[in-house]
Design a protein around this ligand. Sequence first.
Ligand SMILES: [Zn+2]
Length: 56
Amino acid sequence: MNEDSDALPCAEKMVFDNQKDAQSTALAADWQHGASLKAYQCRYCHLWHLSSQPTD
Ligand SMILES: [Zn+2]
């Protein structure tokens, strides 16, 4: 069985086409839920996700 082709580690995350969309959603989550999220570009799919972990 070979499952390493399509299953990205980020498959279940929210995904955004660009940084602007990701950041505006992060900001909305901050306002609505007090969640401190950060937009980052994914090394796997090269799109944008939100992380609650500080990244650099
Ligand atoms: Zn990804």
